[in-house]
Write a protein that binds this ligand. Structure first.
Ligand SMILES: NC(=O)c1ccc[n+]([C@@H]2O[C@H](COP(=O)([O-])OP(=O)(O)OC[C@H]3O[C@@H](n4cnc5c(N)ncnc54)[C@H](OP(=O)(O)O)[C@@H]3O)[C@@H](O)[C@H]2O)c1
Length: 290
């Protein structure tokens, strides 16, 4: 079995690659940044091949997909993501008879109220329409999103958003990578759509209490309006499209889109999902005062 991983230098796909490397499964990694990938996973071996290039380049895609048995699509967020992933799905169909495992998002829906869930819904539907055999992994809000607030927490012991009361069953990206490895390892798990969440749903003010307990000082989540948040993003140089995505995600979280807790991580991996408290303890230094 040869497994192609797209997005290997990312959080979820990186964890997947580490798992599969440990199990000696032949891997082909399609990345745009070869140096970054080799730093993470080492030089090429008979069990590890790199295909380095742009994801819209048909020659690159032909080399990457030819003869693979499983393709994991774990692209990060960008304005190009939808077009690139449509191209990747179409390229699988042209160059291989492969099972596709796609990283989507919990509550993805082509009619969703916010951009990221809508785009994933459209891509899930494109994959379904392609006729390729496939598995969808639909994780909740990543715990690692809290690290995006680390600079603000370090400097002011506060961070800002628009999720005053919505409950969010945050997941550790390593659990998503572990679930992906389980699906790739065991063909009997393939062909389904899996809602993946952490072990508990918390509000953002409760997450602030967990951070406070971890760092030993009072940290607050300050809920504010979208205009103020948009100005804050602009002041920090965040592009308008990304600010729009983030504000949409906050709306979805406040509406409870990621409030449900599932047992799917445990079912797939045989282990309970990592807790938010454990994640924060591991990342405590990121929130240290400056
Ligand atoms: N954040 C959340 O709370 C959350 C929750 C559920 C689902 N998701 C979904 O999970 C996915 C992100 O997963 P992740 O955090 O593991 O991803 P990530 O770490 O941000 O990046 C994954 C990979 O995508 C590559 N990449 C990004 N843009 C690219 C482009 N334009 N061309 C080529 N490669 C590109 C990155 O390459 P480089 O290393 O070279 O940059 C990296 O290898 C998104 O689809 C997101 O919607 C996110």
């Amino acid at each position: 079995m040869t497994v192609l991983v797209v997005g290997a230098t990312g959080k979820v796909a990186g964890q997947l690659v580490s798992n599969l490397q440990n199990e000696d499964i032949p891997l082909r990694l399609l990345v745009r940044n070869g140096e970054k990938a080799k730093k993470a996973f080492g030089e090429e071996t008979s069990k590890l091949r790199y295909v380095i290039g742009q994801l819209a380049d048909e020659k690159v895609l032909e080399v990457a997909f030819s003869g693979v048995d499983v393709a994991f699509l774990g692209l990060g967020t960008s304005q190009e993501q939808e077009a690139l992933e449509r191209g990747l799905i179409d390229a699988v169909g042209r160059h291989a008879t492969a099972h596709v495992v796609r990283l989507s998002v919990l509550a993805s829906n082509a009619e969703a109220t916010y951009e990221v869930a809508r785009r994933h819904g459209a891509l899930d539907a494109h994959l379904e329409k392609s006729g390729l055999s496939h598995t969808l992994l639909k994780p909740s809000y990543f715990m690692s999103n809290l690290l995006l607030a680390a600079a603000s927490i370090s400097s002011s012991s506060r961070w800002y958003g628009a999720i005053p009361t919505g409950l969010v069953a945050m997941i550790d990206t390593r659990d998503v990578g572990d679930a992906a490895a389980a699906v790739i390892r065991d063909p009997s798990l393939r062909g389904s759509s899996y809602d993946l969440t952490g072990p508990q749903a918390v509000s953002l003010p409760e997450a602030a209490e967990f951070i406070s307990a971890t760092v030993g000082r009072s940290v607050q989540y300050v809920s504010t309006d979208e205009d103020a948040l948009r100005k804050g993003y602009a002041a920090r140089g965040v592009p308008a499209w990304l600010a729009d995505y983030a504000l949409g995600i906050d709306r979805g979280m406040q509406a409870g889109d990621h409030a449900k807790v599932t047992q799917t991580v445990r079912t797939l991996t045989g282990k309970p999902p990592r807790t938010l408290q454990a994640f924060l303890a591991e990342n405590k230094s990121a929130f240290a005062p400056v």
